[in-house]
Design a protein around this ligand. Structure first.
Ligand code: APR
Ligand code: PHB
Length: 394
């Protein structure tokens, strides 16, 4: 089999890239290791930046998002037992975000691709990329028990943090940057209406907590827990009690979350990671395959979308104008945005979490930083601009 663009991985990066290329008349094949049900059920974050919302609409994938997604104009910060709202449109000249779960974006993109797009193969595990630095790269994969080869004009590794594409970049040309945090998130999904209109990010002496949502009747909540925590150690009641304790404020001491059946519970590690460059020969890396951010700030999906928007434009330009200029600039263009999001995610994470080794001095610094965000429109605007996301280049 031959295709113009061989895409490894059917997460948001691979699926959006396939859709953008299809819309431009460029053929692709998506190879996804897992089955459709697994990919559609995988719980991930749920905040779309303005640029991601615009791109999904422009790609014809925004219909259900516009019906069911929840536009949000701000977030609440709780710290030192008080509360402060960040007003996005007022601080950014009108930008906001959309609460719409990554799993829903993935379902929408899969349905479109299966309806009229190029091949999207599930249960197709890629074993390796050959000849990435030649004119005819190829992808080895196993599907229906047989090892097969897909030859391509270009290969794109959208295969996430544990994927194989990165491994096709020789170590001599690859640099990685990494930070692992000494805590994790325990995330739950609950059949309980959110009693808050906007997301709440809480700093407390007991650790970080986040209240977010999936719909008017489903809450999504996170607690900072020690790395290596077994979710079985946390009963539902213990989770609800701990969430209430971390969100408590003096102004509204009776404030409590509405409780309901917990339908999912998982522990997520926290990591920052960047692999440079994001290109080797005719192979490109996009999304989590090239970079990971800790989830505080919800940048992962948005970075993945930005990468493939930049890449699709470059591939279209190469076809239409015969110029590789944008493809040659791909890695640098993306990395500028990636490092901004890496910094912002690190800033949000370290400002809001309690490191087990943290001194009382460092806690005072965190509270001073939060107080500054609450007191200064300049400091708040810096947070709001990054949270709602920078405009895409070009
Ligand atoms: N062969 C085929 N598919 C693979 C292989 C392989 N060898 N290895 C991994 N995959 C698939 C995974 O099963 C997954 O569906 O690649 C996909 C990668 O998807 P994601 O991990 O969702 O990564 P990405 O599309 O870059 O989206 C980034 O996902 O991890 C979150 O928070 C992150 O929101 C961000 C987003
Ligand atoms: C989520 O809705 O799951 C979510 C929202 C914001 C974050 C992280 C996760 O910062």
């Amino acid at each position: 089999m031959h295709t113009t663009v061989g895409i490894i991985g059917g997460g948001p990066a691979g699926l959006l890239l396939a859709r953008l290329l299809h819309n431009a008349g460029i053929d692709s094949v998506v190879l996804e290791r897992r089955d459709r049900g697994y990919v559609e059920r995988r719980q991930r974050a749920g905040i779309l930046e303005q640029a991601t919302v615009d791109a999904l609409r422009a790609a014809g994938a925004g219909e259900r998002m516009d019906r069911e997604g929840m536009p949000h104009d701000g977030i609440e910060l709780r710290f030192d037992r008080r509360s402060h709202r960040i007003d996005f449109p007022a601080l950014t000249g009108g930008r906001s975000v959309m609460v719409y779960a990554q799993t829903e974006v993935v379902k929408d993109l899969i349905a479109l691709q299966l309806a009229d797009g190029g091949p999207l193969l599930f249960d197709a595990e890629v074993r390796g990329v050959d000849g990435a630095d030649t004119d005819r790269p190829s992808v080895r994969y196993v599907h229906e028990g047989r090892e097969q080869t897909l030859t391509c004009d270009y290969v794109v590794g959208c295969d996430g943090f544990h994927g194989v594409a990165k491994g096709a970049v020789p170590e001599s040309v690859r640099t990685t940057y990494e930070r692992v945090y000494p805590y994790s998130w325990l995330g739950i999904l609950a059949e309980a209406p959110p009693v808050y209109d906007e997301l709440i990010y809480a700093h407390s002496r007991r650790g970080f907590a986040l209240a977010t949502m999936r719909s008017p009747s489903v809450s999504r909540l996170y607690l900072q827990v020690p790395g290596g925590t077994d979710p079985a150690d946390w009963s539902d009641e213990r989770i609800w009690d701990e969430l209430d304790a971390r969100f408590a404020t003096d102004a509204d001491p009776g404030w409590k979350l509405e409780r309901g059946p917990v339908t999912g519970k998982a522990v997520l590690p926290m990591r920052s990671h960047v692999t440079e460059p994001m290109r080797y020969g005719r192979m490109f890396l996009a999304g989590d395959a090239a970079h990971i951010v800790p989830p505080t700030g919800a940048k992962g999906l948005n970075l993945a979308a930005a990468d493939v928007i930049v890449l699709a434009r470059a591939l279209i330009n190469e076809r239409d104008a015969g110029s590789t200029e944008l493809l040659d600039a791909y890695s640098d263009t993306c990395l500028r945005r990636v490092w901004r999001a890496e910094h912002f995610s690190y800033f949000m994470t370290t400002m809001l979490h309690t490191d087990p080794a943290q001194s009382a001095f460092e806690t005072r610094l965190q509270l001073s930083q939060l107080d500054r965000v609450a007191a200064s429109p300049h400091a708040a605007a810096e947070l709001a601009e990054n949270y709602t996301g920078l405009p895409l280049p070009g």
